[in-house]
Design a protein. Structure first.
Length: 249
């Protein structure tokens, strides 16, 4: 073997296996490579890594890998890890998200359930900036965005189907306990406030005036919401989604 060769093995656990496609991966790391470089090169952004061990000891991202090393890499879990070796801190408080431009349907589903989901920025750089300054979790299918070193919270959405994406994100962040359906504007993410019919009467179509008495208005863009078939459809969707979630489907 060439002396310069640095061949290591990385064992991935849990949801990280989805990102790599395999549990064990052997790579030629090169000289002076950190374990973070090696993991990200395999398509796992640092935001997905909770902790790493080498021969049963915890290591940090800046560990320089050596020939023959075998690393164990774990996603977030409930194990008690010494604070200095937690590589991505758990998000504290009610999760708030920012989504990349390809996840519009997921953004609307999260908003429908009352979860804050910023959406509409096209530039990756701007998404990252906003996420960092407002402490938001980035949801994206673009792993490159999450490899940027300033990103703290982020998740690679695995599925390309909106409903499945919603399920993934709900499970990953335990969102169910934060669900408050129909409290947020589907269009702009603003919070809805209930409003009396008399105040918005001139904004309502005739049929709506006749048939509905309960209204909510977006505190940000002013859009008015009321019941109706789309509301009923969404309610059915939510009921079914929650039922499947509890059955583990
Ligand atoms: Zn709005």
């Amino acid at each position: 073997m060439n002396k310069a060769e640095v061949r290591i093995t990385i064992r991935f656990f849990g949801s990280l296996v989805d990102l790599v496609g395999d549990r064990y991966v052997k790579i030629d790391a090169g000289i002076n490579q950190t374990i973070k470089d090696c993991i990200e090169r395999l398509g796992v952004p640092h935001t997905e890594v909770y902790f790493i061990t080498l021969r049963k000891d915890f290591v940090r991202f800046d560990r320089i890998v050596e020939n023959g090393d075998t690393y164990f890499v774990y996603p977030e879990c409930n194990l008690d890890i010494p604070k200095e070796y937690v590589l991505t801190p758990k998000y504290a408080g009610v999760p708030k998200f920012i989504l990349d431009i390809h996840l519009g349907k997921l953004a609307r589903l999260l908003r429908m359930l009352g979860i804050s989901a910023e959406y509409g920025i096209v530039e990756d750089e701007m998404i990252v900036q906003k996420a960092v300054s407002e402490n938001l979790i980035i949801l994206t299918r673009d792993r490159g965005m999450l490899k940027k070193s300033e990103v703290v919270y982020g998740y690679v959405v695995r599925s390309d189907k909106p409903e499945e994406q919603l399920r993934e994100v709900t499970l990953r962040y335990g969102l169910q306990r934060w669900f408050r359906p129909f409290t947020r504007c589907m269009e702009c993410n603003g919070e809805l406030i209930s409003v009396s019919k008399s105040v918005i009467l001139d904004q309502l179509p005739e049929k709506v005036k006749e048939n509905y008495d309960k209204f909510a208005k977006c505190s940000k863009c002013g859009k008015v919401y009321w019941g109706g078939t789309h509301y009923e459809n969404m309610n059915t969707f939510i009921e079914k989604f929650l039922e499947n979630l509890s059955k583990g489907k």
